[in-house]
Design a protein around this ligand. Structure first.
Ligand SMILES: CC(C)(COP(=O)(O)OP(=O)(O)OC[C@H]1O[C@@H](n2cnc3c(N)ncnc32)[C@H](O)[C@@H]1OP(=O)(O)O)[C@@H](O)C(=O)NCCC(=O)NCCS
Length: 337
């Protein structure tokens, strides 16, 4: 297998699917798919075996040893069979962005188009964001394949721009759409009075109330008094989770006992952001942040209603142990000293 100098690891996998540095043996399959799908590619004429051989010799083979190649190409495999190819192209190393390219075996498109695009995006995101630490990746596509937008939306790519009538296609000018995704960055910061509105909305959210001990609707005044008292209390540390550019995504609160040695955890994720690992991030990193400011705390605990499967899973994942349970709830505890 050829190896890219830019990578520490060469194979990126998810289940049966993987990306590996583009394989010489896959060049004619790739040529065939490109020719079959020429209508949506920036390619003027059909490829021949000779041209494809020359491209692999002149261009592809030179990418592997480079420190900053302008493109990085992969074979997309199911087990060991190549069923597509693509990569990061027009790489801008300075601004840490790149365009995504991908085509799959044409025979898979009818039934599995969205599936393979989504799988491929998952893998290429790992390459771009985790391996190369890029800031942004994007697709540039003629507005001809609406199914592509479903796959992009599945992976939370946002439509960023329409280039009106940008390309000439079969005698007509068609739009080009750019969809992009920016690397997720998360921080935990201290809660502040500006967070009153957001925390009030959360307090009355259906999911939050379902798993809360007091299930009654909370009035604004009551919340306001409670929230501000928590901010000013020495026995409380209250953190807000922010994702990219100040988007508030959750909170974690630690109510500390009078001895200053233990803290009770309450945490929640904005209902629009659940299922993305934020709950796990909040609990894991909230505790780390807590002990930085309150080093005397030696254990933390939380009560979870038994139906709250997601929260139970998080406590278990983070190696809390059960110190008490009854028909309704479980107490999870962890020593952190
Ligand atoms: C509980 C809560 C914080 C979870 O947040 P989240 O960001 O969705 O959680 P994560 O994505 O980090 O992880 C949830 C885990 O539970 C799993 N999970 C979620 N629902 C599940 C279900 N019904 N069955 C099995 N597992 C489930 C997920 O698969 C994930 O596990 P994994 O990482 O092993 O795949 C969020 O739903 C919430 O704010 N609920 C309301 C307030 C609340 O209940 N707070 C906790 C009080 S103790």
């Amino acid at each position: 297998m050829d190896r890219y100098r830019v990578f520490k690891k060469q194979t990126f996998s998810s289940g049966n699917y993987s990306l590996v540095p583009i394989r010489h043996e896959d060049r004619y399959s790739i040529m065939q798919w490109r020719n079959e799908q020429i209508y949506h590619l920036r390619q003027d004429e059909l490829l021949t075996k000779e041209k494809q051989d020359q491209y692999f010799t002149d261009v592809v083979s030179k990418l592997f040893p480079q420190e900053s190649p302008n493109q990085i190409l992969f074979s997309y495999l199911k087990n060991d069979k190549c069923i597509g190819y693509g990569g990061l192209v027009h790489i801008n190393w300075k601004d840490k962005n790149a365009e995504i390219s991908f085509i799959m075996d044409t025979s898979l498109e009818e039934e599995y188009f969205e599936y393979h695009w989504s799988k491929y995006l998952e893998l290429i995101e790992e390459v771009a964001f985790e391996q190369l630490n890029f800031h942004k990746i994007y697709t540039y596509a003629f507005d001809l394949r609406p199914r592509l937008y479903i796959a992009l939306a599945n992976r939370e790519f946002r439509k960023e721009a329409t280039l009106n009538e940008h390309c000439l296609f079969e005698g007509k000018f068609v739009d080009v759409l750019i969809h992009s995704k920016i690397k997720l960055t998360m921080i935990l910061r201290e809660a502040a009075s500006d967070d009153l509105e957001t925390t009030y909305t959360w307090a009355n959210d259906k999911l939050v109330r379902t798993f809360a001990y007091n299930q009654k609707r909370i009035e604004k005044e009551e919340h306001s008094e409670w929230f501000l008292s928590k901010l000013s209390s020495n026995n409380c540390k209250y953190y807000i989770l922010e994702e990219n550019k100040n988007k508030i995504a959750g909170s974690i609160r630690f109510d500390i006992d009078d001895m200053g040695s233990s803290a009770m955890i309450s945490y929640l994720v904005d209902p629009r952001c659940t299922g993305r690992g934020y709950g796990t991030y909040l609990l894991e990193n909230g505790i780390k942040k807590l002990v930085q400011t309150k080093p005397n705390i030696d254990h933390v605990y939380g009560f979870v209603i038994k139906e709250n499967i997601a929260s139970i899973r998080i406590f278990e994942k983070l190696k809390f142990s059960i110190s008490y349970q009854n028909d309704r709830e479980i107490k999870f505890e962890k020593t952190i000293a």
